[in-house]
Every structure is written in C-alpha cells, then in structure tokens.
Design a protein around this ligand. Structure first.
Ligand code: ATP
Ligand code: MG
Length: 251
C-alpha cells in the first residue's frame, strides 16, 4: 500500500520555478532520503508536503486520500490543519518552546485536543515513553536552555512522534549540531528506521543516508534528477549531475 503519492508538484516564487514537477511515492515503513545541492528545492518540497507552502499545481495523497490538488482553489484553514497531521516535521533549528519543559514540549499539542483527565494522563505517559526512547528519561523536566543541541533535537523528534504522524519528515536534522552531537541524533533516527517508521529525511549526511535509506532522491534545480536505492544513487549513480554532486561532496 502506498502511504504517500506525490504527483507533478510545482512551485514558483517571484516568477521563478523552484519545483518543476516533482513526482514520487512511498511504501509504508520506508525511509526516503533527499539529497542535493543548496537551493535545489529540498526544503520547499518538504514545506509543500506539510502545507507550509501551497503548491501551484500537482496532487498529494496519503493512504489513498487526496489531500491536495491544484484545482481545489483555496484550501480552508481547517483543512490545512487536518492535512498537516499526516506529516510530522523536525527542522534544523529545533524550535522548542523555551518556556516549557522537555515533557511539556512533547505533550502540549496532543493535550489541546484532550477531553478528560484520563486522556491527559495517557498523553503524558506516552510523552514520557517517547522521551525514554530518545534516551532522555532523566531530562524530562529540563527546559530547552538546560539541554544540549543534540538533546533538544531528540525532544523535537519525540514531539513530532507524539502526534502519531503517518510520515515523519526531517529537514537537515543535524546541520545545526556540533559533530560530536550529530551521532546521538543520527542514532535515534536509525533506530526509528529499524522500527519501520515511515520517514523522509533531507540531509547532507551522505554516509548516513546510504546506511538508513531504502530509497534516495537526488534533487537538482527543482527536479528529481535521479532516484533509486542507495546502492545505485550513491554508489553507482547513473546521472551525470548526481556524479558531479557526489564528487564535489567527497572532495
Ligand atoms: N519563500 C520564498 N520566497 C522566495 N524564494 C524562495 C522562498 N523559499 C525558497 N526560495 C528559493 O527557492 C530556492 C530553493 O530553496 P530551498 O530552501 O528549497 O533549497 P534547499 O534545497 O533546501 O537548499 P539548502 O540545501 O541550502 O537548504 C532557493 O533559490 C530559495 O532562495
Ligand atoms: Mg533546505
């Protein structure tokens, strides 16, 4: 069963076409990594999936349900909010709320829709469990400024998981971290991949992408220039532009 089908997504900014017709799909439990040069449109694509940007044309379906198609004219704010629930987002900058503890950050959004004390207790227990999974059992009551960048990013991952998204999306989750903190974040993402969490990871960590991904997309200038398993795209790229990108990367 396809969990995600993206078809011919285009997006312009200031009359410049940034996404020039992006199509791909994903199976449940897959990890897909998106690599490519700066400015190739990777973040814009993730933002379109999450409706932080509205695509100019194309369709996006999750579990067979059409979330977006261009002729839909104007999406209502309530529809957009509902559609967003399919995607969890983890950004480069962790974007935690500084005035809330790690646990509060994780459970805040779920608590908003809770209707009873029991439900809140369940949400809290689930939040604690997620933080334990992220190796943060002794950090639940700390505020973001009391945590390292790697710990904050793991809180952000727990927060995204708390909303039980169909697809967890990462935009360069380690690029704001010192090298020694990168490993601890990559480790939890790898663990999620082992547990068959459906994920899209935009990353410059090519070695990591090779290790965890079922599929790699190489984006170049707003198009998917090459797509396939890591053994092809990273180890034996067919496309000249992929080869060039990887050569520059390895220099
Ligand atoms: N809101 C916007 N308004 C105008 N131009 C934009 C906007 N968002 C992105 N762009 C432009 O779209 C292009 C692609 O940007 P995007 O952030 O998607 O690239 P990227 O592949 O994520 O790059 P990086 O690897 O540096 O993060 C860039 O030229 C950028 O300047
Ligand atoms: Mg980007």
């Amino acid at each position: 069963m396809k969990i995600l089908e993206v078809n011919d997504i285009k997006k312009q900014f200031d009359n410049e076409e940034i996404l020039k017709g992006i199509s791909f799909d994903m199976e449940v439990g897959q990890t897909l990594s998106i690599i490519g040069s700066s400015g190739s449109g990777k973040t814009t694509l993730l933002r379109c999936l999450n409706f932080l940007e509205i695509p100019d044309c194309g369709t996006i379906s999750v579990n067979g349900d059409l979330l977006y198609f261009a002729n839909y004219t104007k999406l209502k704010e309530a529809d957009i909010r509902k559609n967003r629930h399919h995607f969890g987002m983890v950004f480069q900058q962790f974007n935690l709320f500084p005035q809330y503890t790690a646990l509060e950050n994780v459970i805040l959004a779920s608590k908003l829709s809770a209707n009873s004390k029991e439900e809140i207790e369940e949400i809290t227990e689930n939040g604690k469990e997620l933080l334990r999974k992220m190796g943060l059992e002794d950090r639940m009551d700390n505020y973001p400024h009391q945590l390292s960048g790697g710990q904050q990013q793991r809180v952000a991952i727990a927060r995204a998981l708390a909303l039980k998204p169909d697809i967890l999306c990462f935009d360069e989750p380690t690029s704001a971290l010192d090298p020694e903190l990168t490993g601890e974040v990559l480790k939890v993402i790898k663990e999620l991949a082992n547990q068959k969490t459906t994920m899209i990871i935009v990353t410059h960590e090519i070695g990591f992408a090779r290790e965890v991904s079922d599929e790699i997309i190489f984006m170049d200038d707003g198009v998917i220039a090459e797509q396939g398993p890591p053994s092809q795209v990273i180890d034996n790229p067919l496309n000249e532009r992929t080869k060039q990108f990887l050569t520059n990367y390895r220099k």
